[in-house]
Design a protein around this ligand. Structure first.
Ligand code: PGA
Length: 243
């Protein structure tokens, strides 16, 4: 039985004043039947410790400590109160030239620190137009997801790059096809692959959440823009709980 997960990725947004949004969210969802994860900027992780929610980092370094100015290790995230970390977000892959093997190394560092990972994969528009979506998914799954991934320490997020922050969403059939494909790959590779959660991400909003959550093998969402305000994230959580 896979527990549903609503994950918010605040990206490079959020000051201490914005923690009031989490307070509001907590008041509305104190009896939530789904898991709720908030990934604020690293500067707010300590301040989030009092919230009801799981807290995650948005990236981590592959090593525990050392001369890496500006980077944060998985152990530091855990020490600050995080229980999750996102690895391989397409913005990291694009902005910081992160490769599949780097993402696998970061994910292994996360496991070693006792964190769970949300490992992101997804095709660009050019790759979709070229008909190579499933090949890209296969390559990213094989390269980014470590061999010691389990349903306990790993969540996969399918995020088509062209759907992130654009308001464009794949058709439900397209989402269903990719999620079914990911599920088949996970079950073939991992003994508990059937229990690994697969999130959809990319322009999820209150208005489209229910139909996306009705797609088979969609176990929740990774939400960017619509996770910043309680009024926007709350209906997504409600839709997930009702799905
Ligand atoms: P979006 O971002 O919901 O703003 O499209 C999703 C993500 O990047 O995780």
């Amino acid at each position: 039985m896979r527990r549903k997960l609503a994950a918010g990725n605040w990206k490079m947004n959020g000051l201490r004043a914005d923690l009031a949004e989490l307070q509001t969210l907590a008041e509305r969802h104190s009896d939530a039947t789904v898991d709720i994860l908030i990934c604020p900027p690293a500067t707010l992780i300590c301040a989030c410790q009092e919230t009801l929610f799981d807290i995650g980092g948005q990236d981590c370094h592959a090593v525990t400590a050392g001369a890496h100015t500006g980077d944060i290790s998985a152990q530091m995230l855990a020490d600050a109160g995080a229980t999750y970390v996102i690895t391989g977000h397409s913005e990291r892959r694009a902005d910081h030239a992160e490769t599949d093997s780097m993402i696998a190394a970061k994910s292994m560092a996360a496991y070693a620190a006792g964190l769970s990972t949300v490992i992101c994969i997804g095709e660009t528009l050019a790759e979709r137009d070229a008909g190579t979506t499933l090949d890209i998914i296969d390559r990213q799954l094989a390269g980014s997801v470590p061999a010691n991934a389990t349903a306990y320490n790993t969540v996969i997020a399918y995020e088509p790059v062209w759907a992130i922050g654009t308001g464009k969403v794949p058709t439900l059939a397209q989402i269903g096809q990719v999620h079914a494909h990911i599920r088949a790959r996970l079950t073939a590779r991992f003994t508990d692959g059937d229990n690994m959660r697969i999130l959809y991400g990319g322009s999820v909003k209150g208005s489209n959440a229910a139909e996306i959550f009705a797609v088979p093998e969609v176990d929740g969402a990774l939400v960017g823009g619509a996770s910043l305000k309680a009024d926007d994230f709350s209906p997504i959580i409600t839709a997930l709980a009702a799905s």
